[in-house]
Write a protein that binds this ligand. Structure first.
Ligand SMILES: *[C@@H]1O[C@H](CO)[C@@H](O)[C@H](O)[C@H]1NC(C)=O
Ligand SMILES: *[C@@H]1O[C@H](CO)[C@@H](O)[C@H](O)[C@H]1NC(C)=O
Ligand SMILES: *[C@@H]1O[C@H](CO)[C@@H](O)[C@H](O)[C@H]1NC(C)=O
Ligand SMILES: *[C@@H]1O[C@H](CO)[C@@H](O)[C@H](O)[C@H]1NC(C)=O
Ligand SMILES: [Ca+2]
Ligand SMILES: [Ca+2]
Length: 716
């Protein structure tokens, strides 16, 4: 019981207890980022701790230290639980602002001080201001000649085991090295005291030591000796913004201070469109939260009076915690407990790091699908499947200002566009789902067909080419096998309610110059086809959404054998709406978008896992790789920027609202995909990635409002 309370206490303090079965000499590894600043500020969230005040500069908040009060200090064992040795690989993330006034001094951002030096510092704190000034002056002189001897420097840095200090032009990382002597690693020319906000990441990893300032290219130094493997921190104390004494007290503003054991945090915060303030974890108290209004009419108190923000690991949200805000430093998200569930406070994600809104495109009606393609000599185009039968659908041309209407098409509740080429000829195919079946006769709608258009070079527009009978076609896929062109249509539904029908593969007939039925494949409420090739093998996978009874149906991967598709593997999906194949290096992945789960006669569940599968080359099977919770997902889009790989999901509905975030995930190797950006969308129906003139963009369409948005991806 008591140990339970202890664990809960630690959780409240934002700690993570990794492993309590310990050996005596244990390194701290595999720990989550440790937010040192939150750790001291969040001890009592009802007021600021003594010795600090909050200040704002350029609309950004930081804490200012007025004394080296013990409230800004704590035993190392509270944070680095159950380990006596400092991690050998780590990074330190700091956001600070230092005025020019402080130029001549040496100031400590934080220190870890040996036991026994704490009392001394308390005595020191009692000294009067005059004496302090005297001492500061002598300290400056001494620091000027600091390289004289190590023992002298030891005296100067009284009991410091590890610390981060800066002077006028340098940043110093100090630690107790061999034989107890304090070693300095000095980064010169950093010029941090310029009255601007800066975010630094110091990374120590074996022989490599680097400092990244504001996400720019790192400064590297090669130390003569590596960081010690056995830096003993037993019994020591952390001091934030000082070394536990008046002398060297940090005079600037501190906004972020995070110790990340075991990894290089640079990748977690860079690149950033606001590199000077790039955040891994900032105490909630310092977040510039907008005063938000709950849609239910209740209010979140402005952060000043908000006394119930916790930081750290998730705890169950219950009636007891209703109204409590929880800041998750890993996901940089703020959540509100509504009595049963933690709901994201969307406004927190308004500031997008490297995704900038580029264009808000007002369309004639709501849009189900966007297809981006290139026409040589004309430019980049986007075909959009608009809902309205009156204004129809359209193709847009990319210009300096964004997409501009180029050509109108008569369509009836268009659901999907697909672009394809044969030789130099360019085609587009669109599906019309019609007005729906006639309720009285229950006959099929006459408007339920798809149309292929061909680009006319002479007329510079698309002209009618061929009409094909389809059934509420949700998707068209085009592909080539052995120089032959094929089209696959996902027939979703026949008439009002028959979902168990055939979808069709068409093949181009050179003689008749038209597409003809090649193969029929049984599908259940088919929503999407995805074609891909791995080595000599051609695959086609269907997203089956509904069989008339349940959304829990098998989606099927087919493989091309002797001119036809045969079943390769079946995968259980829940109202599958999209498959996306992508490759990272030699690895092959397939991700499914799961829409919702029906549960008996009760309401559907929309917050469900969508799953990434990886092709196991030896087992010749797709196996589960990662589950990602999505909200009625309707589309996945994969793209790469340089060496980095991303997935964006179209979350369309959470059971209550269509207004929710689509999430951008970044590939982090063995961790899989981790969320990095939250993009507010309304009834999101599709995401497309495209590039133009060296810039990268994302466009999303809405099935609920007549507007689409283009985002520009800032890359460094
Ligand atoms: C510095 O102090 C250490 C003990 O702390 C001692 O062993 C060493 O000889 C001293 N070095 C110098 C140069 O005085
Ligand atoms: C397309 O149709 C809209 C009306 O829906 C009209 O305003 C517009 O001028 C048309 N544009 C072209 C290029 O035909
Ligand atoms: C659905 O349509 C298919 C194809 O026309 C037909 O074979 C099947 O019997 C129909 N199923 C139902 C339940 O009406
Ligand atoms: C999603 O998958 C994870 C891991 O497989 C599981 O722990 C979690 O309960 C699932 N969530 C939902 C909503 O199904
Ligand atoms: Ca797809
Ligand atoms: Ca897409």
């Amino acid at each position: 019981m008591s140990s339970l309370i202890f664990v809960q206490l630690l959780l409240l303090l934002g700690l993570r207890v990794i492993d309590t079965t310990t050996e005596t000499w244990k390194h701290c590894t595999d720990l989550v980022p440790l937010d040192l600043l939150s750790f001291v500020l969040e001890k009592d969230t009802s007021k600021l701790v003594p010795g600090v005040d909050m200040r704002q500069a350029g609309g950004v908040r930081g804490v200012h230290l007025s004394s080296p009060h013990t409230s800004m200090s704590f035993p190392s064992s509270q944070l680095l639980v159950d380990c006596n040795l400092f991690p050998t690989e780590f990074s330190i993330v700091v956001t600070l602002k230092v005025t020019r006034i402080a130029l001549k001094r040496n100031e400590y951002i934080f220190t870890i001080v040996e036991p026994g030096h704490v009392k001394k510092s308390e005595e020191d704190n009692k000294g009067d201001i005059l004496k302090r000034k005297e001492r500061d002056i002598t300290a400056q002189e001494k620091d000027g000649k600091k390289k004289e001897s190590r023992n002298k420097s030891n005296e100067e840095h009284g009991g410091i085991i590890l610390g981060l200090r800066f002077s006028r032009k340098c940043l110093h990382f100090l630690f107790k090295g061999q034989g107890g002597a304090v070693e300095h690693w000095v980064f010169r020319g950093t010029r941090l005291a310029d009255n601007l906000w800066h975010t630094l990441v110091l990374t120590v990893n074996g022989q490599h030591v680097k400092l990244t300032v504001d996400c720019s290219s790192p400064l590297q130094i090669v130390p003569s000796r590596p960081f010690p493997l056995d830096l003993n921190i037993q019994g020591s104390r952390f001091h934030i913004g000082s070394r536990g004494r008046w002398k060297g007290l940090f005079s600037g503003l501190l906004r972020q201070l995070v110790l990340v054991p075991g990894s290089d945090a640079t990748h977690q915060i860079c690149p950033s469109s606001n590199p000077q303030l790039s955040a891994l974890s900032v105490p909630p108290l310092l977040l510039d939260l907008p005063v938000t209004e709950r849609k239910e009419g209740g209010h979140i108190a402005p952060y000043e009076t908000e006394q119930r923000v916790s930081v750290g690991l998730e705890r169950p949200c219950s009636q007891l915690l209703q109204g409590q805000l929880w800041f998750n430093p890993l996901r940089k998200g703020l959540y509100l407990c509504d009595g049963t569930l933690w709901t994201p406070v969307l406004e927190d994600h308004k500031r997008l790091d490297y995704v900038l809104e580029h264009q808000v495109l007002t369309t004639s009606s709501e849009t189900h699908d966007v297809e981006v393609f290139q026409i040589p000599g004309i430019g980049l185009m986007a075909a959009m499947a608009h809902r309205s039968t009156v204004s129809g659908s359209a193709v847009y041309l990319w210009t300096d200002t964004g997409f501009q209407l180029y050509q109108n098409f008569t369509t009836q509740k268009a659901l999907a566009w697909r672009h394809f080429t044969m030789g130099k000829k360019i085609f587009l195919v669109v599906s019309n789902s019609g007005e729906g079946p006639d309720k009285h006769t229950n006959k099929e709608s006459e408007m339920d067909f798809s149309v292929i258009y061909k680009w006319s070079k002479r007329r510079k527009r698309f002209v009618h080419f061929q009409t094909l009978q389809t059934h509420c076609a949700r998707d068209w896929e085009a592909f080539k096998i052995n120089q032959q062109t094929y089209l696959a249509v996902a027939n979703h539904r026949l008439g009002d309610s028959n979902h168990t029908i055939d979808s069709v593969i068409y093949k181009w007939n050179r003689l008749t110059k038209s597409f003809e039925v090649h193969q029929r494949l049984p599908t259940s409420g088919a929503y999407d086809w995805e074609f891909f090739t791995v080595g000599p093998y051609h695959f086609l996978v269907v997203a089956n959404a509904f069989d008339g009874v349940t959304t829990s149906v098998d989606s099927v991967i087919y493989v091309w054998v002797n001119g036809n598709f045969l079943v390769f593997q079946k995968i259980k999906t829940f109202c599958a709406t999209d498959w996306e194949m992508f490759k990272i290096g030699s690895r092959v992945f397939l991700v499914v978008a799961n829409g919702h789960r029906l549960q008996g006669n009760g309401p559907s569940r929309y917050a469900i896992n969508s799953t990434i599968y990886e092709l196991d080359m030896i087992g010749q099977l797709f196996v589960r790789f990662q589950d990602i919770v999505t909200y009625s997902a309707v589309d996945w889009e994969f793209f790469s920027l340089g060496e980095e790989h991303f997935l964006v999901v179209a979350n369309s509905f959470n059971g209550e609202s269509y207004s929710l975030n689509s999430i951008l995930y970044r590939w982090q190797g063995y961790e899989g995909f981790v969320p990095v950006h939250w993009l507010p969308t309304i009834g999101c129906s599709d995401w497309e990635f495209f590039s133009s003139q060296g810039e990268s963009y994302l466009i999303y369409s809405s099935a609920k409002v007549p507007l689409s948005k283009v985002f520009k991806l800032k890359t460094y």
